[in-house]
Unconditional design. Structure first.
Length: 148
C-alpha cells in the first residue's frame, strides 16, 4: 500500500447486507467472486438485540455466482453472538483465497447472517483487500455512491 493512498482506495466494498430489524431467519449477501481481491473482511454489526436473541454469521464458498455446490469454508469462519453480550457490537470474519477449495473450482463467497429467537437490528459489509489491481475501490459494489 502506498502512503499517499486513501484507505478507501485500498479496499473495495464488495457486498453488503443492508441494515434492518432482521426477523428470525437467515439473510444472505450476494455471492462475491474473489478474482480481484486476495482477501476479504466481513464486518457484522448488531444494534439492539431482541429479547434473548442470537446472531450467527458464516461464510460459504461456491463454484459460481448462483451458489453451485455451496459449502462452508471451514473451521474458524463463523461467529456466534448473543443478547447477553450487550447491544451495539461488531464481529469480523477474515477470508483469504487460500481458504477456498480452489482445486475444485470454488472462487465465490457469500456471507449469511442468522437471527434466532427475536428480531434484532443487523447489518454487514464485505470488504476486499490485497487487490490485484489498484485502486481496489474500482471494484466497489454498485451500492457505493460516494467516496471522499
Amino acid at each position: 500500500m502506498m502512503l499517499n493512498e486513501k484507505l478507501s482506495e485500498a479496499v473495495a466494498v464488495l457486498a453488503i447486507i443492508p441494515p434492518s430489524a432482521q426477523a428470525p431467519g437467515v439473510v444472505f449477501s450476494p455471492w462475491v467472486e474473489l478474482d480481484e481481491a486476495d482477501r476479504l473482511l466481513a464486518i457484522v454489526q448488531v444494534g439492539t438485540f431482541g429479547a434473548n436473541a442470537t446472531v450467527d454469521a458464516s461464510i460459504a464458498q461456491a463454484q459460481d455466482a448462483k451458489g453451485a455446490n455451496a459449502k462452508p469454508i471451514g473451521a474458524g469462519k463463523a461467529i456466534a453472538l448473543a443478547a447477553a453480550m450487550g447491544n451495539d457490537v461488531q464481529a469480523t470474519l477474515d477470508v483469504a483465497t487460500a481458504d477456498l477449495d480452489s482445486a475444485n473450482g470454488f472462487a465465490f463467497v457469500q456471507l449469511g447472517v442468522s437471527v434466532g429467537v427475536a428480531a434484532t437490528e443487523t447489518a454487514a459489509v464485505i470488504l476486499g483487500g490485497s487487490s490485484r489491481y489498484e485502486p481496489a475501490s474500482s471494484f466497489n459494489a454498485a451500492s457505493v455512491v460516494a467516496a471522499v
